[in-house]
Design a protein around this ligand. Structure first.
Ligand code: SF4
Length: 329
């Protein structure tokens, strides 16, 4: 069910891309309109998700479907088969980089990775090959800052027009062994620009402390960086668009273990739509890291009796990381 807010956001988004005006234009041979559409197609190729699949579908319906020359690129892009790659090996002996210029080139290479815009979730492993080089520890901050600059005042998905105040990039240690991935910012995060700072964030902090770690030692990010209105679940086009940036953060940080917090994070990281119960208790592979699935802290706040189950998941992570729990005070 599409809400009025969501619809308004999509229309604003389409208008920004030029697609809305194009759709209304009967004279599609208009060179300006053609330019707008080709710019959408160009965006479509650009890291894969700026032009969401449903928009492409709409543009390809009646008013312009006969303008073969204009839509050929879009059709090609939409029909391109998904590249299915073998699951990346766990951080195979990486080549390291030492110069910032090389770090910039890593980002450029990563930007050219063949992401594919999809409505259905696709695992992070299948969205792009692993980068050919790893970023050296001292360079990671600069590379992540460059990625943040590239994101800029992002309008790549409808969430840009859904009332966000901040783009919530990430928080934590770029050299972390452990990364937590949640769903998206809430009101507190939107206001502060940092992930997991509200009540759910407090609980996550407590979980991290119980693991014998400090928040500053882990890396925390979300599937989408802008707050969905009324904290709704991100739409596939939003998650698929924004998670390209999370994917690249993972490739820079290269954590040993990723903990997917909740079903949205698990769905997009793993590319499967299964119940959390089915995904818990086993190790998955995400970009060469081991990935565990557990409950989102917001869910644990609503159903505290599940905290024990979440703790079991975190204990498995601690064993994997050889991490001792906090000693009782
Ligand atoms: S959610 Fe991500 S892709 Fe969408 S506008 Fe925000 S930063 Fe851009």
């Amino acid at each position: 069910m599409v809400t009025g807010d969501a619809l308004r956001g999509y229309l604003k988004y389409l208008q920004d891309l030029g697609v809305y005006d194009l759709y209304r234009t009967s004279d599609v041979a208009d060179p300006q309109a053609a330019g707008l559409l080709s710019s959408v197609a160009a965006n479509d190729e650009y890291r894969g998700a700026a032009a969401p699949a449903p928009v492409v579908q709409d543009v390809r319906t009646k008013p312009i479907s006969k303008q073969a020359s204009m839509v050929t690129d879009l059709q090609k892009s939409a029909e391109e088969p998904v590249r299915v790659l073998p699951a990346p090996q766990r951080h195979p002996a990486p080549t390291t980089m030492s110069a910032s210029a090389e770090s910039a080139s890593l980002l450029a290479e990563s930007a050219e990775a063949p992401f594919t815009p999809l409505m259905a979730p696709t695992s992070f492993n299948n969205r792009a090959p692993l980068p050919p080089v790893s970023v050296e520890a001292p360079q990671k901050v600069a590379v992540l800052q460059a990625l943040r600059s590239e994101i800029g005042d992002c309008t790549r998905c409808p969430l840009a027009y859904a009332g966000r105040h901040s783009i919530v990039f990430a928080d934590g240690n770029p050299n972390a062994k452990l990364m937590f991935v949640g769903e998206g910012p809430g009101a507190d995060e939107d206001a502060s620009g940092l992930p997991f700072v509200g009540k759910a964030g407090q609980l996550l902090n407590n979980m991290i402390t119980a693991m014998g770690l400090k928040r500053e030692q882990v890396y925390i990010a979300n599937i989408v960086m802008c707050r969905p209105p009324k904290n709704r679940v991100p739409e596939p086009v939003e998650a698929n668009t924004c998670s390209q940036f999370l994917l690249r953060q993972i490739d820079v940080v290269q954590p040993e273990v990723i903990v997917a917090l909740g079903s949205t994070a698990a769905t997009y990281l793993l590319g499967v739509k299964q119940s959390l119960v089915a995904l818990r208790g086993q190790w998955h592979n995400v970009r060469g890291a081991r990935c565990a699935v557990t409950y989102h802290p917001a869910y644990l706040l609503r159903d505290p009796k599940m905290k024990g189950e979440a703790w079991k998941d975190l204990q498995r992570v601690m064993v994997e990381l050889k991490q001792k729990p906090a000693s009782p005070s």
